[in-house]
Write a protein of this length. Structure first.
Length: 83
């Protein structure tokens, strides 16, 4: 449950925001009608920092590795059109 906190409210309930970030996910801090900050649990933060697999690694780990594909193109050029 993402919750949006007003800045003044967030200042007064900082420990509650941290607990909610751990239990429910990101907690947003709103100031002057706009979201200005987010509080994340350390687990969520570390997940964001995890390196993503490269495209090469993605294809190497695909369940389709080793599947033979027919890459021959049909030589049919379609029908003739007289202009």
């Amino acid at each position: 449950m993402t919750h949006v906190w007003q800045l003044q409210e967030a200042e007064n309930h900082f420990s509650e925001i941290i607990i909610n970030a751990e239990k429910y996910g990101a907690q947003l801090i709103n100031s002057q009608g706009k979201v200005k900050a987010v509080v994340l649990s350390i687990a969520s933060y570390r997940q964001l920092l995890k390196p993503k697999n490269s495209l090469v690694k993605f294809f190497q780990q695909s369940p389709l590795v080793g599947v033979s594909l027919d890459l021959e193109r049909d030589q049919d050029t379609g029908r003739e059109i007289n202009l």
